[in-house]
Design a protein around this ligand. Structure first.
Ligand code: SAH
Ligand code: SF4
Length: 355
């Protein structure tokens, strides 16, 4: 059996594990300092820690399970990594440079079962969930890449917007978030982390109750059920009114704002009428959310969709603004390197199949 990555354990879980194996829980702090601050990648470099304890950890865990398969760098500084998991599956991770810092987009599943009609990740059904360790490892690999460049740069932001539906891998997602926000480890502030969901309503309630202080983004992409069901089949089981009720619950329980993601698809959802409907949908809580208008990244298999014309994008934006909705048009990153999540992986899988 493959050993799991030690990155998958929250600090409390590591303390409990050490206690259960006859070691002082306080050693967890030493181990975490080495893992996340000194960024040791081999147990044999943990000389500060009691040697029996290190031996036991090394017998049970590994540090890295991911291997780098491909790394592509774009002109704008975006770096895309394709990692191979222990079972041979491929996943994608993207690092983006912004004025405000360095963000990493992580994958949570191998494939996705939600099957949205415009998405490259949903082309292949989910073969498995990623463990919490495999998600943390993506951040650590990017951080180690930055450490090699030696500019003292740190990953400052995380977006859970890679391949997969994070709320369909809920417990591992929560462990991952608890690891990366912990002050004793990477200490990435919760307000700099955003989890995106296609709208798994029951999990939005659970996520609210879990009270992990990170941001929530909703992939809405349409303002009415008829259109949303046409482009996102999940809307049949979890229609807009149920989704809105769960968002109101979330907003009532904390003071964060929600991001609404809206891909603009030419002649499908980019008319003035849809912008007006969107504003109407949010009329009760306009000040608590903002809409991110996303340029569509064309996917070969979904040739029915094209990117909206610039004119329609601006008109859509103006209509939202006129109706009092906060919104912005998302900047693109790394368009020269298949940067829409899922695209590098799906292209690589096609290539592998042809060989
Ligand atoms: N499964 C989650 C998170 C991953 S998808 C979700 O759907 O929210 C992250 C974002 O990328 C979502 O808003 C998704 O709708 C969007 N996306 C998917 N395919 C895209 C494409 N071809 N072009 C632009 N955005 C896309
Ligand atoms: Fe899955 Fe999100 Fe892609 Fe939909 S948009 S198929 S939920 S990854």
């Amino acid at each position: 059996m493959n050993k799991p990555s030690i990155y998958g354990l929250t600090l409390d879980q590591l303390k409990e594990w050490l206690l259960a194996h006859g070691h002082k829980p306080s050693r967890a702090l030493q181990v975490w300092d080495l893992l996340y601050r000194k960024r040791v990648t081999d147990f044999s470099d943990m000389n500060e820690v009691n040697s029996e304890c290190v031996q036991l950890l090394a017998d049970t865990f590994v540090i890295q399970t991911l291997t780098q398969h491909i790394k592509q760098e774009a002109a704008d500084g975006t770096v895309k990594f394709l990692f191979k998991l222990q079972d041979g599956s491929l996943i994608e991770t993207v690092m983006m440079r912004h004025k405000y810092g360095l963000s990493v987009c992580v994958t949570t599943q191998v494939g996705c079962n939600i099957g949205c009609s415009f998405c490259a990740s949903g082309l292949l059904a989910k073969s498995r969930d990623l463990s919490a360790g495999e998600i943390v490892e993506q951040i650590m690999n990017v951080q180690l890449h930055l450490d090699q460049i030696e500019k003292d740069e740190l990953v400052s932001h995380i977006v859970v917007m890679g391949i997969g539906e994070p709320f369909d891998n809920f417990n591992n997602l929560l462990d991952f978030l608890n690891v990366v926000i912990d002050h004793k480890g990477l200490a990435i502030a919760g307000r700099r982390i955003t989890v995106s969901t296609s709208g798994i309503v029951n999990k939005i309630y659970e996520f609210t109750d879990a009270a992990i202080p990170v941001n929530l983004a909703i992939s809405l992409h349409a303002p009415n059920n008829e259109l949303r069901t046409r482009i996102m089949k999940i809307n049949r089981a979890m229609p807009i009114e149920k989704l809105m009720a769960s968002l109101k619950y979330y907003l009532a329980k904390n003071n964060r704002r929600i991001t609404i993601e809206y891909i603009l698809l030419k002649d499908v959802n980019d008319h003035k009428e849809e912008a007006e409907q969107l504003a109407e949908l949010f009329s009760d809580f306009k000040d608590r959310l903002y809409v991110n208008l996303i340029p569509y990244n064309p996917v070969d298999e979904h040739s029915q969709y094209q990117r909206s014309e610039q004119e329609s994008v601006l008109a859509f934006y103006d209509t939202l603004k006129k109706n009092g909705v906060n919104c912005k048009i998302r900047q693109e990153h790394g368009t020269d390197i298949d940067a829409a999540c899922g695209q590098l992986r799906s292209k690589q899988l096609k290539k592998d199949a042809q060989q």
